[in-house]
Design a protein around this ligand. Structure first.
Ligand code: GDP
Length: 171
């Protein structure tokens, strides 16, 4: 089956996004201990594809050795997996992308993987400020005008349909 992988800083809201996307209340375990999950979790979706939840990056309180092991595992997966169709890259709408976010995005582009950027936690920003924050994400990652960027909220489901459509196009 084809695979779609999810990338994002730890605690950015990846698990919540998965739960919302699949309309599950508790499937991906949310929050608790950031940086804890060090393996890729695969969720089989409607016998059609796998969502591959990659461990969150950028968690400060892990050792250099753990970070290096993380990097090797992710790199191996992203560069060699034949089933992989694209990456959903989750960013926190509230803040400018971090150096880690930028590095991840640049690297995805570098290895030629299609990526959709999803700016989540939209419900935490008032509607009138969305455009300003989206611009901040676009500029922070140096997105080009055609690069997809989806406004999302795991809390209220905003952007869910748009993300589904984008995923369907990869399958
Ligand atoms: P992960 O570490 O990337 O899997 O992040 P989680 O999904 O565990 O989310 C981290 C925290 O952010 C949790 O407290 C979530 O409830 C919260 N969160 C995640 N997504 C949203 C969202 O869209 N809106 C709001 N208000 N909170 C969110």
């Amino acid at each position: 089956l084809p695979e779609i992988a999810l990338a994002g800083r730890s605690n950015v809201g990846k698990s919540s996004l998965i739960n919302r996307l699949l309309n599950r209340r508790k499937l991906a375990h949310t929050s608790g201990k950031p940086g804890k999950t060090q393996t890729i979790n695969f969720y089989r979706v409607n016998d059609r594809f796998y969502l591959a939840d990659m461990p969150g990056y950028g968690f400060a309180r892990v050792s250099k050795a753990v970070k290096a092991a993380w990097g090797r595992m992710i790199e191996h997966y992203l560069t060699s997996r034949k089933e992989l169709r694209g990456i959903v890259h989750v960013i926190d709408l509230r803040h400018p992308p971090t150096a880690d976010d930028r590095q991840m995005y640049d690297w995805l582009k570098h290895i030629g993987l299609p990526a959709i950027v999803v700016a989540t936690k939209a419900d935490k920003i008032s509607r009138g400020r969305w455009q300003k924050h989206l611009k901040q994400v676009r500029e922070g990652l140096s997105l080009r005008s055609g690069d997809p960027l989806i406004l999302f909220s795991a809390q209220n489901g905003q952007g869910r349909d748009e993300l589904w459509r984008a995923i369907q196009e990869w399958l």
